[in-house]
Ligand binder design. Structure first.
Ligand code: TRP
Length: 453
């Protein structure tokens, strides 16, 4: 029944692929802004604590399910709890990533357009008019659709290559490049006059500025950033061999994700403050504020500023691609393993489904603006239900599944590689406690109080 399944080739590949999923737009446009808004270093401290005691355990819960079964999300739940109503969890986690992918790939498309614009020196030429460029672009019909299509098509090409030939090769190459690029941009930003204010914005600890909402945002951002609750980590873990140490790859991924978020934060905020403007958040931060920053910098050093603009949008594009690929893989793994579809047609099916919904998201800024759900256009609506609701619910249910449904011995066996990893054996009681009690309760509380971002 089980066909031979692909595995990632090395620990490096596992951590690169998982970091590829984790490091994405969230690190570049959400983290820096949230830090600045919520008490600087105080927020970072809460973020690190939330990552260690909440997100990493949930990450491990997903990893345990994935590697135990070596199956896609649906198959994994079905193997561990056959014929029970848990299969809905499996099914939901096949669809949530595809919902996220449909609007994520629209933003991926925007980054292609901005990369092209920066290659044409559109931001660094002396007399550019910025007002409304972004709004005009996203509300137009055809070009954003074309960019969305190209972005999703590139994801599909990587996916068709398979786990080793596609995902592993791409992330092994692109993740180190991504770190190098953000390092160069950060160093450039630090050299700008006035950059210090940006650094202060991020590191000044202000415990009074850290409200209850800020604490909930730190937790929400930590889940979002580690791509939890939607079965991507589960799926990638199902490609991890039995020899690997799940704890090491989980901590490695969380560490790289945090490092990248901090570097992106310093890079972006130093430049924004050096330009003397107020930082925006979300898409506005990278697609409106930064082009303006690049333009201001171009008055002193046109060439350097143009190069940094190109590097920056390339960074955004690659970060978005590696995350999108992990979302894509969840659906493909499901079709291949549960529906016996070959990888190529499975990729085509997912491509068209996601493309269609993505087109509607893209058009929801322009021609389909009038069509709203709960006062939001389709793009924001899908973002809201997936990142506020489905991700948190998924994370909680995965924790409950591992803590309460799976047998403790099986969880122990998977986490410690059959009792052979000494450090994991020592940590097990703590991790198990965090998965079984702390994660469900804390997420439940945040959830019910409606504070999760
Ligand atoms: N972690 C991604 C980022 O920081 C976004 C994301 C959220 C994601 N959930 C996901 C990516 C699930 C892949 C899979 O941008």
């Amino acid at each position: 029944m089980t066909k031979s399944r692909e595995h990632f080739g090395s620990r490096f590949a596992v951590v690169m692929a998982m970091s590829g999923s984790a490091i994405g737009l969230g690190n570049i446009w959400r983290f820096p802004y949230l830090v600045g808004e919520n008490g600087g270093a105080a927020f970072i401290a809460v973020y690190i604590l939330a990552s260690l005691f909440l997100s990493v355990p949930i990450f491990l819960a997903e990893s345990i399910i994935g590697r135990r079964t070596h199956s896609n999300t649906f198959g994994a739940i079905d193997k561990l709890a056959p014929g029970s109503c848990w299969k809905w969890l499996g099914l939901i986690t096949v669809f949530t990533p595809l919902i996220i992918l449909s609007y994520y790939s629209v933003v991926g498309g925007w980054s292609i357009e901005y990369l092209i614009k920066s290659l044409e020196f559109k931001f660094t030429a002396p007399d550019v008019q910025f007002d409304g460029i972004f709004g005009t672009f996203i509300s137009s019909a055809w070009w954003p659709l074309a960019c969305h299509t190209i972005f999703l098509f590139v994801c599909a090409l990587i996916i068709v290559g398979g786990v080793k030939g596609g995902i592993e090769k791409f992330s092994n190459f692109s993740m180190p490049v991504l770190f190098l690029m953000i390092l160069i941009i950060m160093i450039y930003s630090f050299t700008l006059p006035g950059a210090k204010a940006g650094v202060i914005y991020l590191v000044k600890p202000d415990f009074a500025g850290l409200t209850r909402t800020g604490i909930a945002s730190a937790m929400g951002q930590s889940f979002y950033s580690l791509s939890l609750g939607v079965g991507t980590i589960l799926t990638y873990s199902s490609y991890v061999s039995k020899k690997e140490n799940l704890l090491t790859s989980g901590l490695g991924t969380a560490g790289f994700d945090l490092l990248f978020a901090l570097m992106a934060g310093f890079a972006v905020m130093s430049a924004v403050f050096a330009a003397g403007i107020a930082p925006g958040s979300g898409p506005g931060l990278i697609f409106e504020t930064l082009p303006y920053v690049f333009n201001k910098m171009a008055t002193f050093s046109p060439i350097l500023s143009s190069v940094v603009a190109i590097l920056f949008f390339l960074t955004v594009l690659i970060a978005a691609l590696t995350s999108a690929v992990s979302l894509f893989e969840v659906g493909v793994a499901y079709l291949v393993e549960e529906k016996n579809v070959r990888r190529m047609p499975a990729t085509v099916i997912i491509f068209f489904g996601v493309w269609l919904v993505g087109c509607m998201c893209s058009l929801s800024f322009g021609p389909l603006k009038g069509f709203t759900l709960y006062d939001k256009n389709l793009f924001s609506f899908l973002d809201m239900i997936s990142s506020n609701f489905l991700m948190a619910a998924g994370a909680m249910v995965f924790a409950i599944f591992v803590g309460w449904k799976m047998k403790r011995e099986d969880v122990y066996d998977e986490f410690t590689n059959g009792g052979t990893l000494r450090f994991n054996v020592k940590c097990f009681p703590l991790i198990y406690f965090l998965i079984k009690y702390v994660a469900p309760v804390v997420i439940g509380v945040i959830f019910i109080s409606g504070l999760i971002m």
